[in-house]
Design a protein around this ligand. Structure first.
Ligand code: PXP
Length: 250
C-alpha cells in the first residue's frame, strides 16, 4: 500500500495544563484556553485523557472541549463501561483506548490487546457504530498489531516511550533498536490497512526520526510541549515542534 496521503498531523495533549491547575484546585491554568492557543498555533487536533481518578482532565473539561474545539478531539480513555458511556454521549472524532493503572505516573505501557481480544472487540463496536475512529495504544509488537486489526480498530498508536527513555538515558544501541522496531511495525500496520499514529515522551530531540516514517500520519505530544511552554510560551513551543516534524517529513 502506498497511500501516504496528507501531511503529518500534530495532536497536542493538554492533560498537563490540567495537572498544574489541579495542583491548587482552582480554575487556572485553563486547559480550554490551552486548546484554543494550540489550534491557533497549528495543532491538527487536541488530545485529552479522562482518567478514572480524574487526576488531570475533568468531565467538565471534556464537555468544554466538545463545545469549543474547531479541530478534532482525540479522547483517550480506559476500556471501562463508565468511559464508554461518556464517549458515546460526546461522540468525539476519535477515541484512543489506553491501559490505565492508578499507581502509574503516566501511561507506561501499551494495551494488551491480544489477551483481551474478545472483550475489546465488543467494547469498541458501539464506539465505531457511533462514528468515532477507534485507535488502540500499543507497543510496537506484531502480536498486538494483529490483534488490534482483528478487533476492528481503524487506527493504532505506537507507544514511543521506550525509544524516548533509551534516548534520555544514553542507551544508544537500545534506542536505535526501538526505533527500528517502530519503523518496521509502522510499515507492517500500514500494510494491514491500519492508520498509524505514534506518541508518548516525544521531545524536540526525539521527534524527527519518528516523524520521518512515511506511514505515521499523526503524532500526539503533550508533556514536553507543556513543559517547554513555561520557557517559550505555548504557541512558540507548538510551532517549534511542528517545524521539526515538517523538516523531518521533507
Ligand atoms: N499518546 C497517548 C496514547 C498517551 O497516553 C499520551 C500521554 O497521555 C501521549 C500520547 C502523550 O505523551 P506525552 O505527554 O508524554 O507527550
Amino acid at each position: 500500500m502506498t497511500d501516504f496521503a496528507g501531511r503529518l498531523r500534530l495532536g497536542v495533549n493538554i492533560d498537563h495544563v490540567a495537572t498544574v491547575r489541579n495542583a491548587r484546585g482552582g480554575a487556572y491554568p485553563d486547559p480550554l484556553r490551552a486548546a484554543r492557543i494550540a489550534e491557533a498555533a497549528g495543532a491538527d487536533g487536541i488530545t485529552a485523557h479522562l482518567r478514572e481518578d480524574r487526576r488531570h482532565i475533568s468531565d467538565a473539561d471534556i464537555d468544554g472541549l466538545m463545545e469549543v474545539l474547531t479541530v478534532p478531539l482525540n479522547f483517550e480513555m480506559a476500556a471501562t463501561p463508565e468511559m464508554q458511556a461518556i464517549a458515546l454521549r460526546h461522540k468525539p472524532h476519535a477515541v484512543c483506548i489506553v491501559p490505565e493503572r492508578r499507581e502509574e505516573r503516566t501511561t507506561e505501557g501499551g494495551l494488551e490487546v491480544a489477551r483481551e481480544e474478545n472483550h475489546l472487540a465488543h467494547f469498541i463496536a458501539p464506539l465505531r457504530e457511533a462514528g468515532c475512529r477507534v485507535s488502540i495504544f500499543i507497543a510496537a509488537d506484531q502480536r498486538q498489531i494483529d490483534a488490534a486489526h482483528r478487533i476492528g480498530a481503524q487506527v493504532i498508536e505506537l507507544h514511543t516511550g521506550a525509544y524516548c527513555d533509551a534516548h534520555a538515558e544514553g542507551r544508544i544501541a537500545e534506542r536505535d533498536a526501538e526505533l527500528d522496531r517502530l519503523r518496521d511495525m509502522s510499515r507492517y500496520a500500514h500494510g494491514l490497512g491500519l492508520e498509524v499514529h505514534a506518541g508518548h515522551g516525544l521531545t524536540y530531540d526525539t521527534v524527527q526520526p519518528v516523524a520521518a516514517f512515511p506511514e505515521v500520519m499523526e503524532l500526539n505530544i503533550g508533556h514536553f510541549i507543556i513543559g517547554e511552554a513555561i520557557f517559550l510560551g505555548l504557541e512558540p513551543a507548538i510551532q517549534q515542534m511542528r517545524q521539526l516534524m515538517e523538516e523531518a517529513r521533507a
